[in-house]
Design a protein. Structure first.
Length: 255
C-alpha cells in the first residue's frame, strides 16, 4: 500500500515549541493606538497602490477591503487619493477598530479575523489588500481561501509582506530581552513557491513584484524590531535586530 501524500507545507498541522504563542494577534500592535493615521502612512503604500490604480480610477463603483487595517492608515491613504472608492477596514483587535473609526470618518471599520470567514464583511470587493499581516500566521490555507472569497470576478487581491525567494518556509517568534511580553509572531517567512502552489491548487494565478525601498525611507529609531535598509549582494533589502533578513514583496492575485 502506498503512503498517503504529505499535505502542503502551508496546510499541514503546525507543531510549535513550548511557550510559543499560537495566536496571530499581538499586544505590541496596540502601539498603533493614538498614532494619527495621516502621520502613519508607510513608504510602501504608494508601491501597493500602483498595482491597483487602474481599478481605483475606473468609472464604476469600487469597493475596497483592507484586511488587518490597524489604525486605518492605509484606508486613510486610499480615501484621500481616491475619494470615490468605498473603503472598509477590518482588524482582529477591537481597540484598533474603534481608533480607526474615530480618526478616519471616510472609511467603514469592523472587527474580524481573516481566518474566520463568518467574521468578514459581506463581499465581493473589487480590491482586497492585506499588508504585513500574512507573516503573523503559521498556516495560510484558510487565510488565502477566505481572502480570495472576498474578491469579485475581475478584481484582485494584493498581499504585501515577507516572501522567501528560496523554497523554504520559516516560522519565527521573537522576544525583546527583558520584555515581559511573551514570544511574538509576525515575522514568519513563507516561500513564494509554497504560496503560489497553494493558490494554484485553488485555481488562482500568482504574480510577485519585488519591492525596493525608496531613497527617502525613514527608519524608526529605538524600535529593535523595526526594519532598516541594508545592501546584501548588490540588492537593497531589510533587516531588523532579531537578525532576520526581511524579503518584502507584493503578491498580486487576480480573480
Amino acid at each position: 500500500m502506498s503512503s498517503p501524500k504529505a499535505p502542503d507545507a502551508l496546510t499541514r498541522a503546525t507543531v510549535t515549541p513550548s511557550g510559543w504563542s499560537t495566536s496571530s494577534t499581538r499586544e505590541i500592535d496596540l502601539r498603533y493606538l493614538g498614532r494619527p493615521p495621516a502621520a502613519s502612512h508607510r513608504p510602501y503604500f504608494s508601491f501597493v497602490e500602483s498595482f491597483a490604480r487602474d481599478l481605483l480610477e475606473s468609472c464604476g463603483p469600487v469597493r475596497v477591503l483592507d484586511v488587518g487595517c490597524a489604525n486605518g492608515s492605509f484606508v486613510h491613504y486610499l480615501s484621500k487619493r481616491h475619494p470615490a472608492a468605498v473603503c472598509t477596514g477590518v482588524d482582529a483587535l477591537p481597540q484598533l477598530v474603534e481608533d480607526a473609526a474615530r480618526n478616519v470618518p471616510t472609511g467603514n471599520f469592523i472587527v474580524g479575523d481573516i481566518r474566520e470567514a463568518a467574521s468578514m464583511p459581506a463581499g465581493p470587493f473589487s480590491l482586497v489588500t492585506m499588508l504585513t499581516l500574512h507573516s503573523h500566521f503559521d498556516r495560510l490555507d484558510d487565510v488565502l481561501n477566505n481572502l480570495m472569497s472576498l474578491v469579485e470576478v475581475g478584481g484582485r487581491a494584493l498581499v504585501f509582506g515577507l516572501f522567501n525567494r528560496s523554497a523554504v518556509d520559516v516560522l519565527v517568534r521573537v522576544r525583546v530581552s527583558g520584555d515581559t511580553v511573551g514570544w511574538q509572531p509576525g515575522w514568519n517567512i513563507h516561500s513564494r513557491r509554497a504560496v503560489r502552489d497553494l493558490l494554484c491548487s485553488r485555481g488562482f494565478g500568482a504574480t510577485y513584484h519585488d519591492y525596493e525601498p525608496p531613497q527617502d525611507w525613514v527608519e524608526r529609531h529605538g524600535d529593535p524590531l523595526g526594519s532598516r535598509k541594508v545592501e546584501i549582494d548588490g540588492r537593497v533589502t531589510f533587516i531588523n535586530d532579531a537578525g532576520l533578513i526581511l524579503p518584502f514583496a507584493l503578491l498580486e492575485v487576480r480573480r
